[in-house]
Design a protein around this ligand. Structure first.
Ligand code: SPV
Ligand code: MG
Length: 542
């Protein structure tokens, strides 16, 4: 059912119905969430929220613009307080068309003169519109509507202007004949006498709408008994907001701090909810082609790094300073700079000395007798498996520095498992240096342009003729493959002989179980800090 059909049904239903004022998107949404079946786009509240008077100081398009936000934010019908129709019959026609285009269900126009003044400001001094002219405006509005259920409500200001019941009835009858869908009988008295006098004479000729702002103390049951169709609570949302804003502003100004107000405010999260932030998150996942999955990183930094001698006597290698900051901090910075904020560091040796901010920790307390896979297992255990499918996982070491672009290449990979392999392995591999050498499905060559290369084997003692490069420690598992990674790690860890397994064992195990481990060939730009000379070199690297 369209909004206009629902509004028409509210007007015509035998039950007394209620709509509440709103003045912008968020207040409209709150009105809907409270359970109201409709919204009053109050001229008073809309002008007041702009900080101007209810005298048509805001242009009709400015009103229309705000009503569009209200309409977009809600699914219940809105009746706009269209004042006098913002001009003559011609302006009224255009108004109706524009309201229909914006999903507004109804408009109420009042029989005063443009520019109007609010009925509570010197009401009796206000001139009323000529009846025939106003009837022409109603007819023009009804003829302009394309949606048969759009409603035009004619507001009778005879009581407000001091003309009494006879004039009110005469005008109501004329507006009825002109095609109005309902009449709004307004009264500025503090008692409902004028309204009830009208209702007794009017009967059920056309639905009657009322605005009990000034006669607010009247029991609602009496409106029901007198056959009123629709009650407009016309300005309570804005008045509530103003009361709360005044109090909040005064207290914050007085205290120069926020503690006294915080409890009386909605949390910022509630604003996000009302704005529909959750829907956008879902939509981004659906529609953003380049929205990479969010990524978690695990940095293995449990071992001491005793090659660095005294430097690692009281702290692990990752905490040794490089240009004033721990090696680990440089690594975390590299992750962060590419948007990877979720970094988990696996600690072991002197774990109390690993105190970086912005990272989470897992511990491998058996670091002295276990290896990298045990550390990875500790890291995986600390990662919420519920997030596995939606987040890729990057693993690297706490003592290996790499240029940002290498991480970027890895993040861009769409493969299930990916390793970054340096083809310049001969440059730095010598007798004393441990290196994870790899054999791949194909060596790096120009012919490879666009082709996929897979890891076949990783070992520190491959014969030179089978070496296609050296793994630089960067490894990624896509979200879909993390369960396989978890299984493979668990299988290795279940066997005592693999207690000290290195990452190369894990990669070989993945290959052995038929998983494709994709290879990205690169050349240099990373540094495994294994000696004091490496550390000195790293100073130039950062
Ligand atoms: C409004 O809410 O703007 C109205 C009702 O027109 S009243 O303020 O009572 O005139
Ligand atoms: Mg008004």
């Amino acid at each position: 059912m369209t909004k206009s059909t629902r509004f028409k049904e509210m007007l015509q239903s035998p039950d007394l119905e209620f709509i509440l004022e709103a003045h912008n998107g968020i207040s409209a949404k709150i009105v809907e969430e409270a359970g109201f079946k409709g919204i009053w786009g109050s001229g008073l509240a809309l002008s007041a929220q702009y900080g101007v008077r209810d005298n048509n100081e805001a242009s009709w398009t400015q009103i229309l613009e705000m009503v569009e936000f209200m309409s977009d934010a809600t699914s219940i019908p809105i009746m706009l307080d269209g004042d006098t129709g913002y001009g003559n019959f011609n302006n009224m026609r255009r108004l109706v068309r524009k309201l229909e285009q914006r999903g507004v269900a109804a408009v109420c126009i009042e029989d005063k003169l443009f520019p109007k003044t609010n009925s509570y400001i010197r009401g009796v001094a206000q001139p009323l519109a000529d009846v025939d002219e106003f009837c022409g405006k109603i007819k023009a509005g009804k003829d302009a509507q394309r949606d048969p259920d759009f409603c035009v409500v004619a507001r009778v200001e005879a009581f407000v202007a001091g003309w009494g019941l006879k004039e009110a009835l005469k005008r109501s009858e004329a507006y009825h004949d002109a095609g109005a869908d309902a009449v709004l009988i307004h009264s500025a008295l503090s008692v409902p006498d004028e309204i009830f006098a009208f209702m007794r004479e009017w009967g059920d000729r056309l639905p009657v709408v009322i605005v009990p702002t000034s006669y607010y103390a009247t029991p609602t049951e009496l409106f029901r008994e007198h056959g009123v169709a629709l009650v407009i609570w016309a300005n309570q949302m804005l008045r509530a907001a103003v009361a709360a804003m005044k109090k909040t502003a005064e207290v914050i100004h007085r205290d120069e701090r926020l503690h006294a107000t915080e409890d009386s405010l909605v949390p910022v999260k509630e604003l996000f909810r009302l704005q529909g932030a959750g829907e956008l998150e879902i939509a981004e996942r659906l529609y953003l082609p380049c929205s990479r999955k969010s990524v978690r990183a695990v940095v293995l930094a449990a071992s001491r790094g005793k090659e660095l001698g005294a430097l690692t006597e009281f702290k692990p290698k990752g905490m040794v300073a490089l240009c004033g900051h721990p090696i680990l901090a440089h690594i975390v910075e590299c992750y962060n700079s590419l948007g990877v904020k979720d970094v988990l560091v696996v600690r072991g040796y002197h774990k109390e000395r690993v105190n970086l901010s912005n990272v989470t920790y897992a511990d491998n307390d058996d670091y002295a007798t276990t290896g990298e896979v045990a550390s990875l297992a500790a890291g995986l255990a600390a990662l919420d498996p519920a997030e596995d499918a939606e987040k890729d996982l990057v693993v690297s070491y706490g003592d290996v520095l790499f240029r940002k672009y290498l991480l970027q290449l890895l993040l861009d990979s769409e493969a299930g498992f990916t390793v970054v392999v340096d083809v310049n392995w001969q440059e730095s591999v010598n007798a004393d240096r441990f290196a994870d050498l790899v054999t791949c499905s194909e060596p790096c060559s120009r012919r490879l342009f666009g082709g996929q290369v897979e890891l076949r084997e990783m070992s520190s003692d491959l014969p030179a003729e089978r070496v296609h490069g050296e793994w630089n420690s960067l490894f990624k598992a896509s979200g879909e493959r993390i369960s396989v990674l978890r299984e493979t790690v668990a299988e290795l860890m279940a066997q005592p002989k693999h207690r000290a397994a290195k990452m190369s064992h894990l990669l070989n195990a993945l290959v052995a179980r038929g998983e494709t481990v994709s290879v990205i060939y690169t050349t240099g730009h990373w540094l495994d800090i294994d000696s004091v000379e490496d550390l000195i070199r790293a100073g130039q690297f950062t």
